[in-house]
Design a binder for this molecule. Structure first.
Ligand code: G3H
Length: 249
């Protein structure tokens, strides 16, 4: 399994990359689960790509949170960085539960973002399925998995929308998480899990076909999601994961 850590600025990105994360996720955690960072912050983080360029077999990947399809004034409209340098883009589906044409809206917004920043073949979409789907008012997880397969995503991230309520494993039983992982893999997509996951969650989840463990809270000092990234916390997570080497290229 790979480790994705969400960072909110280039100082945190430097710490995370120095600590050996596999995927650097750039977001503004104060703006929600998929809170988009400013274009300037993303540009600053992407500029570290050269500094941390490693051997091809251990290259780090970069992802960006784009917010929600339903955002009224999406922050990505001001982005002007080169999207070809981003490997993964994530866009949330909250408030679309009752929209019969949500896949159209999702695809339209994806196209608009691609037009705004420009993308390369290596820039892939990750569908985000919220485990607390009633709180998020997002489409059911099963439907998001099907849409991810139908509309060319590289993978599916199951995450929590509200960071105030439960953790993933409190909201969804382990055997159900396992079933989702198998379904995601059956479509040839990668499976990423998040939702206030802790180091203690890694062993039980590692028996499922999970490719990526994605965290913000567990990588922060004192578990404060809006606090600072901690190198010690990241190293603890990597140790639990067996210090994986990134193979997303
Ligand atoms: O992309 C993953 C999220 O940033 C996970 O955040 P969290 O660990 O605070 O739930």
């Amino acid at each position: 399994m790979q480790l994705l850590v969400s960072v909110r600025n280039s100082e945190e990105a430097d710490v995370a990359l120095s600590s050996g994360v596999n995927i650097l996720d750039i977001k503004d955690p104060s703006r929600g689960s998929l809170g988009p960072a400013s274009g300037k912050t993303i540009e600053d983080c992407l500029s570290l790509k050269t500094k941390f360029a490693r051997q091809p077999e251990s290259s780090v990947h970069f992802s960006c949170a784009c917010g929600e399809v339903s955002d009224e004034s999406p922050r990505w409209r001001d982005w002007n960085f080169d999207g070809r340098r981003v490997n993964f883009l994530k866009l949330g589906l909250s408030r679309l539960r009752n929209a019969p044409n949500w896949t159209n809206k999702w695809n339209e917004t994806r196209s608009e973002i691609e037009g705004q920043i420009g993308t390369a073949d290596e820039t892939r979409w990750v569908a985000v399925a919220y485990a607390d789907e009633l709180v998020a008012q997002s489409p059911p997880i099963e439907d998001v998995i099907s849409a991810a397969a139908d509309f060319g995503c590289a993978g599916v991230l199951i995450d929590t929308f509200s960071k105030q309520s439960g953790r993933l494993r409190e909201i969804v039983a382990d055997d159900v998480i396992e079933r989702y992982c198998h379904r995601i893999h059956s479509h040839g997509l990668f499976c990423a899990l998040a939702g206030k996951l802790q180091p203690k969650d890694i062993a039980p989840l590692s028996v499922f076909p999970v490719d990526i463990i994605a965290v913000r809270t567990a990588a922060c000092e004192n578990g404060d999601r809006n606090g600072h990234i901690s190198e010690k916390q990241i190293r603890t997570l990597l140790t639990e994961l067996g210090n994986p080497v990134s193979n997303y290229r």
